[in-house]
Design a protein around this ligand. Structure first.
Ligand SMILES: Cc1ncc(COP(=O)(O)O)c(C=O)c1O
Length: 400
């Protein structure tokens, strides 16, 4: 649960600053807001934290993906490479801008396999979206190398890896753009919310225009007189979200440090299971430790061990069977059940490619995810709770 576990007086203070002015919108009302610009402050602090030039607050992690893709000029006729293990929003965002998501296999990091990029690339491929699932990095250096060699744009979906890094550089800051989610279960939460980061000023401007109906945000004129740039929509973050984000961001390093401590104790207990292996972390130091993933030699053993753990009150997820994070389980997506009756973008005449979402195209995910069990790590884990988990693991291991 991360950030949600720590909501307290710091968040209340920031939110009250906004309530006292009564100005909930991030733009305009300069006289009435008495110098309070929480979203702007949050963006500046977030960009600094990530080591990037620019950050743009938006309404959700899903919106962040869409705004970034629009800024990158990904659209009809384009294909985008997306790992098979991710939340549905990564695929939906690609379709929202009229492009086609292409399913890509994972490696033992549980994230996009860099070697798959050249195998899945076609003349229509414009971008790749590595997703740092469950708070830990993909092989992002290799992914960037292959993407650059093949002239593909990179958008990092870092919804789940806020605060994580790879060799000292924050995840989300490697690609042309990076996106984050601050929904209620994320490492930093604003209830709902998201962020787009980039080092490219042109991309930042395009994102900023697109997320606010094309407003050019000219500080010299009133909002009503601002210039219009590109057509967009409304994905603006509001001041209450900005206020929450500021308080939560100050707690981020503490959150990660506590999760790391708790994860280590549980990992040591799990290491006693015969045949157990842990997810490959390309940079263990940079792990945000939001989740702990371990695997057993085969799917049957993993299922048996999961049941034994469950009987001891220890919950784990097997993502191969999860309904929301594994493409082969999304019946509505596979059936092209779009909200529009035309099944756009799958039927778009501008799209000249052919896409299939077959299990035989993702052998590594089928193998690894079926054997992998994932446990959520909390920030606040009392000694009693940790002991209970350790005892549960010991008992399950005895009965295995
Ligand atoms: C990998 C990934 N991408 C995108 C999102 C979407 O974020 P949001 O819930 O803020 O729209 C999520 C949310 O769980 C996610 O896990």
């Amino acid at each position: 649960m991360a950030g949600a576990e720590l909501i307290g007086k710091e968040e209340i203070k920031e939110v009250m600053d906004v309530m006292e002015t009564g100005i909930l919108m991030r733009y305009g009302f300069d006289k009435e807001r008495k110098g309070i610009f929480k979203v702007r402050e949050f963006e500046e602090a977030f960009a600094k934290y990530c080591g990037t030039g620019y950050a743009l607050g938006v309404t959700s992690g899903s919106a962040a993906l869409k705004v970034a893709l629009a800024a990158l000029d990904v659209g009809p006729g384009d294909e985008v490479l997306v790992p098979v293990f991710t939340f549905l929003a990564t695929y939906e965002a690609v379709m929202e801008v009229g492009a086609i998501p292409v399913m890509v296999d994972i490696d033992d990091t549980l994230n996009l396999d860099p070697q798959e990029i050249e195998k899945k690339k076609t003349p229509y491929t414009k971008a790749v979206i590595p997703v740092h699932m469950c708070g830990s990095a993909a092989n992002i250096d290799k992914i960037m190398e292959v993407a650059r060699k093949n002239k593909l744009l990179v958008l990092e979906d870092n919804a789940q890896g806020c605060g994580a890094s790879f060799k000292g550089k924050k995840l989300g800051s490697f690609g042309d753009m990076g996106s984050f989610s601050f929904d209620y279960v994320k490492t930093v939460t604003t209830g709902e919310g998201g962020m787009v980061i980039t080092n490219n000023l042109d991309l930042y401007h395009r994102a900023e225009w697109y997320h606010d109906h094309g407003h050019d945000h000219n500080p010299k004129v009133s909002r009503a007189l601002e210039g219009r740039t590109i057509l967009g929509f409304n994905y603006r973050m509001n001041e209450l979200q900005g206020a929450l984000g500021l308080a939560q961001l100050r707690k981020l390093d503490y959150i990660v440090a506590e999760q790391k401590k708790n994860k280590k104790v549980i990992k040591d207990a799990l290491a006693q299971i015969p045949g157990v292996k842990f997810r490959n972390l390309p940079d263990p130091e940079g792990d945000s430790a939001t989740f702990l993933a371990f695997n057993l030699p085969d799917e049957n053993q993993a299922q048996k061990f999961q049941n034994l753990l469950s009987a001891e009150g220890v919950d784990t997820v097997c993502y191969k069977r999860n309904l929301w994070h594994y493409v082969p389980n999304w019946e509505h997506f596979l059936a092209h059940s779009t909200a529009n009756s035309k099944k756009y973008p799958f039927t778009d005449p501008m799209y000249k490619g052919k896409v299939e979402y077959l299990r035989e195209n993702i052998p590594q995910a089928e193998n690894i995810l079926g054997r992998t069990l994932v446990m959520g790590i909390s920030v606040k884990m009392s000694a009693e709770k940790i002991n209970q988990i350790k005892k549960g693991i010991e008992q399950a291991t005895k009965n295995f």
